[in-house]
Design a protein around this ligand. Structure first.
Ligand SMILES: [Zn+2]
Length: 458
């Protein structure tokens, strides 16, 4: 099945993590192939990536940041952390978990016994984590000739380390979790598209995940397969996470701007008091839409919405009140928006058809299905992105495709161009918080575009 970038991008908004890896390839191929390539000799201007140290005057950053701790960095050959490396006499054994390993195998390599394994993993609930090791994990052991295991350290994640030590009385072990917050810094990347978003993002220093996140944020407004043009540009303000002065990984996108064919889009990340986070326009509207533009993974648009079309089978003028998306038989068809199934069955020339009602004003129709999704019936509620059936050629159809209709107040509209309503806007009670936490990002995006204009006119 051909994975269309147009389709994937919709899912990015819903399940960015799950599709992240798959999506990068798709985006790369899609955008690269479909972008009209002009003169191949022009080169991309060097992307301007810079690390900016967190400034506490940025409220959005200050809200999540912890004051960075003065990090004494002793030049120990094998620094484990600040506390440990202040005791230079500790001779750590660093053991890497291999494929097929368990704690017993690791302990055995270090000269410890099955009894040690038993005592350590039974020391506490936290210690049972050591029974779920993954290849590549590291376990640090401090073992002395006379007293055996004196300390074990295991990094659970970026911020938490499990420490196991013998109880002072001896015989058993105690455990504790050491936590160290990561220092958050803000980084900015800018890029200009020459061949694809993926290439431009990589040149600007963004990793695959950030590029996909960027595409997911703007994917409701911009079709990254069909709409991207050379010289479209983007600015991304994102978090980078540091520990002891070393970068651990990139964090989230805090704010971003994308200029597509001269149209400027901006997105700002906001987390409300209930911990829900999403991206909003500077006016507080959700970046997400209530409807997917295209409810299937199509290979091409085989027939556009056209009120004056000559019907391919009847040969007479017959309006085409939907859009046809050619796709291999069996391709999943998903609900374009949250809604209720009001029809599910045969419907004349439409063949196997599902009609969804979305609130009071909108209905969507999906025709010529080979079969329906199992476990659903008329009256059921479905969610945006949920599979409702599979592409087929039932009814009056010249080949496998999805015929898709979009109605507003009962009137057929072109599914490809109709203005789609946005998802829930920001709750009114969060407006003040939103302003306070995003004004700094807007100001920074403004400054950056002014700088760009000034540079361009030099
Ligand atoms: Zn059709």
């Amino acid at each position: 099945m051909t994975a269309s970038p147009r389709h994937r991008r919709h899912f990015l908004g819903q399940r960015p993590v799950r599709n992240a890896l798959l999506g990068v390839g798709v985006l790369l191929v899609g955008a690269g192939l479909l972008l009209p390539l002009g003169d191949a000799t022009s080169t991309l201007p060097a992307a301007d990536t810079q690390q900016i140290t967190l400034r506490l005057s940025d409220p959005a950053a200050a809200a999540t940041a912890r004051p960075s701790q003065p990090a004494p960095a002793p030049a120990s050959a094998n620094p484990v952390n600040t506390a440990e490396s202040q005791a230079p006499t500790i001779d750590w054994q660093r053991l890497r978990v291999r494929s097929g390993d368990n704690l017993a195998a690791v302990f055995k390599r270090a000269g410890l016994t099955a009894r040690d394994v038993h005592e350590v993993v039974n020391a506490s609930d936290e210690a049972t984590r050591l029974t779920r090791l993954y290849p590549g994990d590291e376990i640090l052991l401090h073992i002395t000739a006379d007293s055996g295991l004196q300390r074990l350290r295991y990094e659970i994640d970026d911020t938490r380390t499990l420490v196991v030590e013998p109880t002072p009385a001896g015989g058993t072990y105690t455990t504790r979790i050491e936590t160290r917050e990561l220092e958050r810094r803000v980084a900015v990347a800018e890029g200009r598209i020459n061949t694809s978003l993926y290439h431009a993002g990589a040149e600007a220093g963004l990793d695959d995940r950030l590029i996909m996140e960027l595409a997911g944020i703007f994917g409701w407004d911009i079709d990254f397969a069909l709409d991207i043009r050379r010289n479209d540009r983007f600015t991304v303000i994102y978090e980078t996470l540091f520990r002891d002065g070393e970068k651990v990984r990139n964090g989230r996108i805090l704010a971003a701007e994308f200029v597509n064919r001269g149209d400027r889009f901006r997105a700002l990340r906001f987390e409300d008091a209930d911990g829900r986070s999403d991206y909003y326009t500077p006016e507080g509207r959700s970046m997400r839409k209530a409807f997917l533009r295209t409810p299937t993974d199509f290979t091409r648009v085989s027939s556009e919405f056209n009120p004056n079309r000559v019907h391919p089978i009847y040969g007479t003028e017959r309006p085409h009140v939907g859009t046809d998306y050619a796709a291999p038989p069996g391709t999943p068809i998903v609900a374009a928006g949250d809604g209720k199934i009001i029809h599910r069955g045969r419907k004349g020339g439409y063949g196997n058809t599902v009609i969804l009602q979305h609130g009071t004003r909108y209905t969507t129709l999906y025709a010529h299905m080979r079969r329906f999704a199992s476990g659903q019936s008329t009256g059921d509620r479905v969610q945006q992105g949920e599979v409702i059936g599979y592409v087929g050629s039932t009814g009056l159809s010249t080949g496998p495709h999805l015929h898709y209709e979009f109605r507003v107040d009962g009137v057929h509209r072109n599914p490809r161009t109709v203005e789609l309503p946005t998802a829930e806007p920001l709750d009114r009670r969060y407006q003040a918080d939103f302003r306070a936490s995003t004004d700094a990002w807007i100001a920074r995006l403004d400054r950056m575009s002014q700088t760009r204009i000034a540079q361009a006119s030099d």
